[in-house]
Write a protein that binds this ligand. Structure first.
Ligand code: FAD
Length: 350
């Protein structure tokens, strides 16, 4: 079989190469930037552990695919959420609600680890090389429209570890902000789905809030702005090419936990290529229900507004947080009934 050309070395592109070579198919990854993970300055991101219907942690899924967890990985079982009424809620779970990982182009990042595991299996990487999607077998070029904005502030600090989230429309319209500090490394991220014109003001407000709340001394600070996009495609094929990850619109519309979607779509794309299966049928069976659920959850989230956030955070305190998040991410008849309305509401946006 010919070598499969993959445009993009984000998580979708690298994981697709990994799944292809493990199935005995040669893969070449083309990346327009000089390295993997170039857009992230060793920022914290998280593998969420609350949406799996069988309660299996995402890292266990990765291990079951043969991926070695030789990258930075920190389980989180406690965090504080600040609700719009200004109250702080300490939320706990017996098992990790998520695992923190690092994204970037240095050792310890998930990106570099995945690339190394691909290289060991013979994948070739071609950096500083833009591959037009029309010339690719797999299109993994990330989002192409701005549906949401995320701005990061990454720095070093001597402050003790912090896991802190703010759910409040006056900080991030229809979004959230968080500060994770672990081992002297910190990431503050503001993710918003509205009022992009005011992102500078929201970001300043958030920085001031955290600086005041924790009195953090900061060194080596870096700021980055990213965009994200979510849509449910009719097809994830572009001609004969298969689109994976955010290039196909595969994202978690509710909270932006897109890595799971990127990796799962890549696994399905590799399966389709290896066995001549219909990729659209595969992702529609596996991913479409999850995409629709995240669309419904977002509709509820946006409709509930600050009143809903106050209720949610107060109720979370009374439960095991991972289990409570799992409940919110479960399919139900009400959510199925809401889906057409959620789709209609989304149709007016990008
Ligand atoms: C600030 C932020 C925080 C996030 N936090 C989390 C989190 O905690 N948990 C989680 O699960 N998800 C998180 N996400 C989402 C997650 O990172 C993305 O959904 C996922 O990484 C998308 O991967 P991708 O490979 O599809 O796209 P991308 O990561 O965008 O990768 C696309 C790659 O393709 C390259 N490229 C583009 N065009 C070409 C071309 N023509 N030729 C060659 N190369 C090309 C780009 O340079 C890029 O490297 C976060 C996203 C952001 C922005």
């Amino acid at each position: 079989m010919k070598t499969i050309s993959i445009a993009g070395s984000g998580i979708a592109g690298i994981s697709c190469a990994y799944f292809l070579v493990t199935k005995g198919i040669a893969a070449a990854v083309y990346e327009k930037n000089p390295s993997v993970g170039k857009q992230y300055p060793m920022s914290f991101q998280a593998f969420e552990n609350f949406t799996d219907p069988d309660g299996i942690e995402f890292i266990e899924h990765l291990r079951s695919y043969g991926i070695k967890a030789d990258f930075y990985l920190k389980p989180v079982t406690e965090l504080v959420i600040r609700s719009p009424d200004g109250k702080e809620h300490l939320l706990k779970s017996k098992k990790p609600v998520w695992h923190l990982i690092k994204r970037g182009n240095q050792d310890g990042s998930f990106d570099v680890s995945l690339m190394r595991q691909c290289l060991e299996k013979g994948v070739s990487f071609h950096f500083n090389t833009l591959l037009p999607p029309g010339n690719a077998d797999v299109i993994a070029i990330g989002p192409t429209k701005v549906g949401g904005l995320a701005r990061e502030w990454v720095f070093e600090t001597e402050h003790e570890d912090v896991n802190y989230l703010v759910m409040d429309n006056s900080f991030a319209p229809n979004g959230y902000v968080f500060l994770f500090v672990a081992g002297g490394h910190a990431t503050m991220t503001l993710a918003t789905l509205g009022r992009f014109d005011l992102i500078d003001a929201f970001f300043k407000k958030t920085k001031d809030f955290f600086a005041g709340r924790f009195g953090i001394k900061i060194t080596n600070e870096i700021e980055r702005t990213h965009f994200a996009n979510f849509f449910i495609p009719q097809t994830a094929m572009q001609g004969k090419a298969l689109k994976v990850g955010e290039a196909a619109g595969f994202q978690d519309y509710m909270l932006g936990f897109g890595m799971k979607f990127a990796i799962t779509s890549s696994l399905l794309a590799a399966q389709a290529i290896a066995h001549g299966e219909n990729y659209d049928m595969l992702w529609k069976k596996e991913l479409l229900p999850k995409l629709e659920l995240s669309l419904c959850n977002r509709f509820i989230y946006e409709s509930a507004g600050d009143f809903g956030f106050n209720f949610f955070t107060a109720a979370s305190e009374q439960h095991d947080f991972r289990e409570y998040m799992g409940l919110w991410h479960r399919q139900s008849l009400v959510k199925k009934a809401l889906l057409p309305i959620a789709k209609f509401a989304k149709a007016g946006k990008i």
